[in-house]
Design a binder for this molecule. Structure first.
Ligand code: PAF
Length: 284
């Protein structure tokens, strides 16, 4: 496994693979890798001839300085896991390598056609512009055959699919297959997330109520209308000491706009467990 820190070396290696006609699987990450990432990487390694993973805590997608500062950074441990998974190339640049000073200072603007007006986009203004900025740059450098994203970040996945078709670079991206992979959960049901590292043991137990409530809502959805289930999910989670719902939206899987039917519906939740912001979702 080779660890690459410069854009020029990354393009050199990926161009060599493409010249040899090899398929490239790519998994972009922000590190602090867990079993959720490992499931994406195993799939990327098994479905492609070469596997690239990026480990980069992208500053332009954080709209909260404390969240950026506290985001876990565990490159050495991550590299061991990546090696054991059979990854060929790891791209781990510094922010200065990724962006010019102007790019760091001025927000990148992308028109999401309303996909970012709801949920994470509404709560974290500018977040998805930063995600698209970094993912489009990484795609441009790696030129993957397939790129893998977790369904835990449901809105992110929808936005990346949209970006591939609609960005100014869509001519470069149109052949990239975007592959969504199912949420990986702890035995307790808690959705795996790098942010879980910031939870105490007790908070981890408390946070289990999030997935438990989402699972119960599948039953409630059999007889109750969307608005009733939405409110019941919010009330049930808020009744747990230590949890505070930021939003629970039931939206259409494709448009991400609020829906009042169960057809094609996904429920996306964000909950504060102490200071840690956790997200999860369930497809009805
Ligand atoms: O999902 C993530 O970890 C990040 O948003 C991504 C896609 C690696 C971009 O920084």
């Amino acid at each position: 496994m080779q660890i690459i820190t410069t854009k020029s070396e990354l393009t050199r290696q990926s161009a060599a693979c493409l010249r040899q006609g090899r398929t490239i699987g790519f998994v972009p990450t922000m590190g602090a890798l867990h079993e959720g990432h490992a499931s994406l990487i195993r799939r990327a390694c098994s479905e492609n001839e070469v596997c690239f993973v990026s480990v980069f805590v992208n500053p332009t997608q954080f709209n909260n300085a404390e969240d950026l500062q506290k985001y876990p950074r565990t490159l050495e441990k991550d590299a061991q896991l990546l090696e054991s998974l059979g990854v060929h190339f790891v791209f781990a640049p510094t922010p200065e390598e990724m962006y010019s000073a102007e790019e760091m200072a001025a927000p990148f603007i992308f028109d999401f056609n309303g996909l970012d007006d709801v949920m994470e986009g509404k709560m974290r203004p500018g977040h998805f512009n930063g995600v698209v900025q970094v993912v489009s740059r990484l795609f441009e450098l790696v030129r993957p055959t397939r790129a893998y994203f977790g369904e835990k970040d449901f809105q992110q996945l929808a936005i990346i699919r949209y970006m591939v078709e609609h960005s100014a670079m869509s001519h470069l991206f149109q052949d990239i297959q975007i592959i969504g992979c199912p949420i990986v959960r702890e035995k307790s049901g808690l959705a795996m997330s790098s942010r879980n590292e910031r939870l105490s043991k007790a908070e981890k137990q408390t946070a289990v109520a999030i997935s438990q409530t989402l699972i119960s809502s599948m039953d409630w959805a059999k007889t109750a209308p969307v608005a009733t289930v939405q409110q019941r999910v919010i009330d049930t989670i808020n009744a747990v000491d230590g949890l505070q719902v930021e939003y629970y939206d039931i939206v259409d899987k494709d448009t991400l706009q609020p829906t009042n039917t169960w057809q094609n519906a996904v429920g996306c939740v964000t909950v504060f467990c102490g200071p840690v912001r956790l997200i999860d979702n369930i497809q009805y």
